[in-house]
Design a protein around this ligand. Structure first.
Ligand code: ADP
Ligand code: MG
Length: 614
């Protein structure tokens, strides 16, 4: 039999390698930015068209290349950055694999123009699918400019796999931000379809962070500095009160390279322990310097993961450095163990004499009797102004159910089945009560029903919102003063993408700037004080799961808003509120599960109860 093994031709090998290095336009941006930084550029400009799918151009004023180097730079494993494996242990550059240019040239139309300061003329090379098309002398300023056109033109499957322009632009902005945050002393700009997204002058770390995230970021930063033998930390953490619903503002840089590390992230979170609101994430921009010998960045071609020699020590140092900073800047509360607790007794109280407890019995009290409407409605008004507004939309529109009627009317027989059928015909006055501030219990003729209050309310709001987004334009409440909320660049991009759907729910955006939005109207279902939290949660949901089409965008929007707006476990509900939920729930198209596919209620038939007593 003949031998069957042969070496793959270069262009095939390059294409395969490209699969690992280049996943999307953003990966090209990252590789090219890193090359420009390695070439000691002090000014780097990025231009993209249609989210980089059509064109990516990066222009730097770095050292440039000689004619021979320019030609060689497109060969696989061609690099000026290491010569031997040992060099990996003292790596000062971003690149070292010599794969990026070869990979990019295998899957796009590339034009390179480069000139060294000392050369009179520069070199221009055009290369398509690993094949050199032309190579000429050219006039160009010192430095390098690379244009990458029609990415994945020869791999249709990959090209089709690319996401919408909004999504791909977001990925590009992410990479751009990571690199520019790591190098504040280099000036960067990013222009998309001739609109300027970023223009970042040469500056310091603090100012660079502020320039990128915009708004009042500067006031929110607490400096962190620590110098130990194995680790130098500098950078900032966000004050706990500004913690966000999104993880968007969390950055670790190790030796000027952005990395992801769930382990170190945990160290930061641990330092913030007890200072954050539920489900909020602290912002941080932490720059770690370690001996290049003690890390291995070789484990992934896109190099956002690295391995540390002594992770445990880094964890401990990081956590204590942040704790220290938070304490020093008076952000963390200080516990005073010396304090004499008796001094804390209120003055008046001390003089009072304790009297014997006095027991009063209300002999008319009957827990199973329906409450008196009049008195009950009064305190409902006082206590729960917020609650009412939650329902103001529901009352009028949802299903024609009058919240004052203490009866349950079930509209959807299919869902609720026989259990309710029997009940409906009898129209018995019904009582609900709350268990553990989490469940609403109500009785049926044949048993009882235990409803999870948060899930039920989520289902109700979800269907309401879907309806208002898809069918009718929702009513919005005009704000007396416009609400101005700060967001960072990617968040603004996301917001623009979902603005139309949001307006369908009742939001009115009067202005969207590059770092803030002005809101003049909000849905009637929500309170002004909740808007910021709601939008943050919404953006974070969209970041994690970016929907491709309009239908799933609407769905995700409704889910996210419903989840944030719904009453939480732990909230005490009065009976009107409880009955709202019960009535609203059974007017839903699909009452039994939440939009997240969790059960909303369980039933406990009398027979089962009886079995338990046997
Ligand atoms: P690596 O960065 O891993 O060395 P690349 O394929 O990205 O591999 O680049 C190959 C070589 O081309 C680099 O080692 C460098 O010498 C040269 N090069 C790439 N981009 C630039 C640039 N913008 N300016 C100067 N030289 C560059
Ligand atoms: Mg490189």
């Amino acid at each position: 039999m003949k031998d069957v093994i042969h070496l793959l031709p270069d262009h095939v090998a390059n294409q395969i390698a490209a699969g690992e290095v280049v996943q999307r336009p953003a990966s090209v941006i990252k590789e090219l930015l890193e090359n420009s930084i390695d070439a000691k550029a002090s000014n780097i400009q990025v231009y993209i068209k249609e989210a980089g799918k059509i064109l990516i151009t990066i222009v730097d004023n770095g050292v440039g290349m000689s004619l021979t180097d320019a030609r060689l730079s497109f060969e696989r494993h061609a690099t000026s950055k290491i010569k031997a494996a040992e060099d990996l242990f003292s790596l000062q550059t971003k690149g070292f694999r010599g794969e990026a240019l070869a990979s990019i040239a295998a899957i796009a139309h590339v034009e390179l123009k480069t000139r060294r300061e000392e050369d009179e003329v520069g070199t221009c090379i055009r290369i398509e699918g690993s094949e050199i098309i032309s190579q000429d002398a050219c006039v160009t300023s010192p430095g390098t400019s690379i244009s990458v056109k029609n990415l994945f033109y020869n791999i249709p499957a990959r090209r089709n796999f690319l996401k919408s322009d909004t999504v791909e632009t977001r990925h590009i902005i992410d990479e751009f931000q990571r690199v520019s945050l790591a190098h504040p002393h280099i000036a960067f700009s990013l222009v998309h379809n001739s609109s300027e997204l970023f223009q970042l002058p040469d500056t310091n770390y603090r100012q660079r962070i502020t320039n990128i995230l915009g708004g009042k970021t500067n006031e929110k930063l607490v400096p962190v500095n620590e110098n130990t033998e194995i680790l130098k930390i500098s950078g900032f953490v966000g004050k706990p009160e500004y913690a966000k619903r999104t993880r968007g503002e969390q950055f670790f840089f190790v030796n000027d390279r952005f990395i992801k590390s769930p382990y170190l992230n945990h160290a930061v979170t641990a330092a913030f322990e007890g200072l954050l609101k539920d489900k909020c994430y602290p912002s941080y921009f932490l720059y770690l310097q370690v001996d290049p010998k003690s890390i291995d960045i070789n484990i992934h071609p896109t190099k956002t993961e690295i391995k540390f020699d002594d992770e445990h020590a880094l964890y401990a140092i990081l956590r204590s450095a942040i704790k220290h900073s938070l304490g020093q800047f008076n952000v963390a509360p200080v516990l005073d163990f010396e304090r004499d607790p008796t001094l804390d007794t209120p003055y008046d109280y001390e003089k009072k004499h304790a009297s014997a407890p006095h027991v009063e019995v209300d002999r008319d009290f009957n827990p199973f009797k329906n409450e008196q409407r009049g008195s009950f409605r009064n305190d409902y008004k006082q206590e729960s102004a917020g609650w009412e507004s939650l329902y103001s939309g529901l009352k009028s529109e949802s299903s024609g159910i009058d919240p004052d009627v203490g009866q349950i009317e079930f509209e959807s027989e299919e869902v609720t089945g026989n259990l309710f059928g029997a009940y409906k015909s009898e129209q018995v006055q019904n009582t609900t009560f709350q268990l553990n501030k989490k469940f609403i219990i109500t009785t049926l003729k044949n048993g009882m029903l235990v409803i999870d209050q948060h899930r039920a309310h989520t289902r109700i709001l979800y269907e309401e919102l879907l309806k208002s987004i898809t069918v009718s334009a929702a009513v919005s409440q005009q704000l007396l003063f416009p609400l101005i909320l700060q967001f960072n660049q990617p968040e603004i991009e996301l917001l623009k993408g979902i603005k139309d759907s949001l307006e369908q729910t009742g939001f009115i955006f009067s202005e969207i700037k590059s770092d803030s939005v002005e809101i003049t109207g909000i849905p009637t279902l929500i309170l002004e004080s909740e808007v910021e939290m709601l939008l943050e949660q919404l953006l974070s949901d969209f970041e994690n799961e970016i929907p491709e089409n309009n239908f799933s965008q609407t769905d995700l929007l409704a889910k996210s808003l419903a989840k944030s707006m719904a009453v939480k476990s732990g909230n005490l509900l009065n009976s009107t509120e409880q009955q709202h939920i019960v009535n609203g729930l059974f007017a839903c198209k699909e009452a039994s599960i939440t939009p997240f596919n969790k059960p909303v209620f369980i039933t406990l038939p009398v027979e089962e109860l009886e079995k338990k007593f046997m």
